[in-house]
Design a protein around this ligand. Structure first.
Ligand code: GRF
Length: 194
């Protein structure tokens, strides 16, 4: 089975709790159809890099500030993805917009997790936006990445009930719990379909 597993790169910029959920899914189930083969961060101080190290997963830091254009940064990304023979890219709190060329190259093989029930609340303030809108339900979405932000085909969604006393912090915590279930499920589904 091991040699059939899809080789996954997880792109992060920060904490990496979703990276951790993916690592755990791969490590705890010998039949899980994917393995995390590479972690890439655009930030040298991303906590997720420690998680990779702890699990002996190769990691690469590609600081976006070192590149003059988005295209140059994306070429550097592609070079590493090729070097590690990556089949699937998972964006997990990766705070960079990728060029259309890069996204088109990886179409069908690159997914993202977003903290809302898309198409509601696209963008980087999804949790606050759900609270501000007075929604009673929000959640998370794993979707394919397409050039238009937070707009690709949806793979899995999980709902979270918003209580009247929820703050951004408590709501985010509840969404994260669901994200950590949704992302491994979606990656499994995609890995099996390729
Ligand atoms: C998650 O809430 C995800 O939905 C969003 O960024 C956050 C990343 O969290 N895209 P973490 O770094 O995985 O803990």
């Amino acid at each position: 089975m091991a040699e059939d597993k899809k080789r996954v790169a997880v792109l992060i910029s920060g904490n990496g709790s979703n990276l951790q959920a993916l690592i755990d899914a791969c490590e705890n189930d010998e039949y899980y159809p994917a393995k995390i083969a590479l972690v890439i961060s655009n930030k040298a101080d991303a906590y997720g890099l420690h998680r990779a190290k702890e699990h002996k997963i190769p990691s690469v830091i590609i600081p976006h500030k070192n590149y003059d254009s988005r295209e140059d940064f994306d070429s550097a990304l592609n070079k590493e993805l090729k070097k590690y023979e990556i089949d699937i890219v998972c964006l997990a709190g990766f705070m960079r917009v990728l060029s259309s060329n890069f996204v088109n190259d990886w179409e069908g093989r690159m997914i993202n997790i977003h903290p809302s029930l898309l198409p509601k609340h696209k963008g980087s303030h999804a949790v606050l936006d759900a609270l501000a809108a007075g929604d009673t339900v929000t959640g998370c979405t794993v979707h394919h990445v397409v050039p238009k932000i937070d707009s690709g085909e949806i793979i899995i969604q999980k709902e979270v009930v918003i209580d009247p006393e929820d703050t951004e912090e408590t709501l985010l915590e509840k969404i994260h719990e669901q994200e950590h279930i949704a992302y491994p499920e979606a990656l499994k589904q995609l890995s099996e379909s390729l």
